[in-house]
Design a protein around this ligand. Structure first.
Ligand code: IPM
Ligand code: MN
Length: 357
């Protein structure tokens, strides 16, 4: 082996275990073709960690992640832990990793594979042109603001969450939006709710300042309600869409479904520390353990990992091309299966991808 990459791998909960083991096989094979070794360091997080360690994000997982070249995560959460104390919910694992690693930016590419056009709920002529990236702020806003769980009683029982953004948080995410746009079609759409929210008015002010300083990038500004609508009316107009943590969470699920299946979409969380890669979909407890989950979102996340963290762009290209070919040849897991296609399970899907590497 000419080099070895240290990858912390967190299967998590639900289908996480299955999609991660399928993805590891794909990565191992792709690496071996270029004489690179994968040193997989398996760690617990989410419900799996609550059960064993009593907390969703053990310190040992955080320490290992900080030292690694990249973190690959399956999914966390499930009905088993729905009633646990909000302070130790499985989701805290992802939020904690983002915060601990300083991953203030989430990149979610929304792109449609030609062979998947028919699976989009949108009309084919709209879907054809879909190719954009959601740049979601990931360690600020209402997700990390102060909150008060329900207190008081009767009609006065109340709870609140605070949306707050500081200048530096908006400036750094705008910078990533600009850099991303420069490598693409040079268009940034900043999404906020500046007609109502003070935090959004600061967001917009800084977006406008960023536009002033980057004359080679074209900025426009949408309120989030309008952006949600434009995404289904004319999704081809977007190139880079930059938005807050909460709005980005919502819009990226909408974007994912436009592309045919949420099971196909990867994501990268980047920032100060080790970057984290995970599929956009959740732990799908309803189908866990059956070997039918779609591993492609995770496999494509691993491709992003190769490109952004491991300095192996040629491996990323290879994995992405193999996934595209797998879909073109008609291999489908249950979530994307239609009449006449070749139905396969999680492991078989990975085998097909491997065969096309
Ligand atoms: C996502 C997920 C997470 C989020 C949850 C699991 C905390 O929905 O990555 O989009 O809301 O950020
Ligand atoms: Mn989400």
């Amino acid at each position: 082996m000419s080099q070895v990459k240290n990858i912390v791998v967190i299967p998590g909960d639900g289908i996480g275990t299955e999609i991660i083991s399928a993805t590891r096989r794909v990565v191992d094979e792709a690496f071996s073709q270029v004489s690179v070794g994968a040193n997989w360091i398996e760690k617990r997080a989410g419900g799996a960690a609550i059960d064993v360690d009593g907390v969703p994000l053990p310190q040992d997982t955080i320490d290992a992640a900080k030292k690694a070249d990249a973190v690959l995560l399956g999914a966390v959460g499930g009905p088993k832990w729905d009633k646990v104390d909000p302070a130790i919910r499985p989701e805290k694992a992802i939020l904690g990793l983002r915060k601990e690693l300083g991953l203030f930016c989430n990149l979610r590419p929304i792109k449609i594979f030609p062979s998947m056009r028919a699976y989009s709920p949108l009309k084919a002529e709209l879907v054809d042109k879909v190719d954009f990236v959601i740049v979601r702020e990931l360690t600020g806003g209402i997700y990390f603001g102060q909150r008060q769980e329900a207190s008081g009683s009767g009609e006065q029982e109340a709870a609140w969450d605070k949306e707050e953004y500081a200048r530096y948080e908006v400036e750094r995410i705008m910078q990533i939006a600009v850099e991303t746009a420069k490598k693409r079609r040079g268009q940034v759409t900043s999404v906020d709710k500046a007609n109502v929210l003070a935090s959004s008015r600061l967001w917009r002010k800084i977006a406008e300042e960023t536009a002033q300083k980057n004359a080679d990038v074209n900025f426009d500004y949408l309120y989030v309600d309008n952006a949600a609508q434009q995404m289904v009316v004319k999704p081809g107009q977007f190139d880079v869409l930059v938005t807050t943590n909460l709005f980005g969470d919502i819009l990226s699920d909408e974007g994912a479904v436009i592309s045919g299946s949420i099971g196909l979409l990867p994501s990268a969380s980047i920032g100060q520390g080790t970057a984290l890669y995970e599929p956009i979909h959740g732990s799908a407890p309803d189908i866990m353990g059956q070997g039918i989950a779609n591993p492609l979102g995770t496999i494509l996340s691993a491709a992003m990992m190769c490109r952004y963290s491991l300095d192996l762009p040629q491996v990323a290209d290879k994995i992405e091309a193999a996934v595209e070919r797998t879909l073109e040849e008609g291999y489908r897991t249950g979530d994307i299966y239609t009449e006449g296609m070749k139905r396969v399970g999680t492991d078989q899907m990975a085998d097909v991808v491997i065969s096309y590497l």
